[in-house]
Design a protein. Structure first.
Length: 165
């Protein structure tokens, strides 16, 4: 197995275990993550997104398949089955991921999925009727990013705090 394929496998094994630190260890410090819900996230903000998602998950089931990688790029298909906390609705999101690597780590990670299919599951009738519309997509993204901002504020160490290694 190519080392970058093993890296992708480690990333998803950590995700399935809800181990955000393990996921973050697979990312380059200059990571650029992109998906239809959050848009583009860079560096610590991408790390925080995974920490937020794994910390809130109560019934998350991650299944990965089709992992392929070479020296510079890779890809995988993964399914996430979970309850969308805002509505209590069951979601099965089918996602294709592409990766770029630098220094033995993931430097770019792009997830693609059918936003309309996801929003139908997550929001029900509203998603079915309006899931195709750009205003709903912008609203979902803004809401996701506000939630991430709040998570970052709430979990940041107090000002002036020092950490012990």
């Amino acid at each position: 197995m190519h080392p970058n394929a093993a890296l992708i496998e480690r990333f998803y094994a950590a995700f399935a275990a809800r181990d955000a630190a393990g996921m973050q260890a697979c990312y380059h410090p200059e990571i650029v993550f992109r998906d239809p819900a959050f848009g583009e996230l860079r560096g610590p903000r991408a790390d925080a997104m995974w920490a937020m998602l794994t910390s809130r998950a109560t019934d998350l089931d991650i299944r990965v398949s089709g992992i392929e990688a070479g020296d510079r790029t890779g890809r995988a298909h993964w399914n996430a089955r979970y309850t969308f906390t805002q509505t209590g609705r069951a979601v099965l999101n089918e996602i294709d991921a592409v990766f770029e690597f630098r220094d033995g780590l993931i430097i770019r990670h792009t997830d693609t999925f059918s936003f309309w299919r996801w929003v139908q599951q997550a929001l029900g009738p509203v998603g079915l009727l309006l899931g195709w519309a750009p205003p709903l997509r912008r609203k979902v993204s803004a809401t996701a990013n506000r939630g991430l901002d709040k998570y970052i504020r709430d979990t940041a160490p107090p000002s002036g705090a020092t950490t012990v290694a």
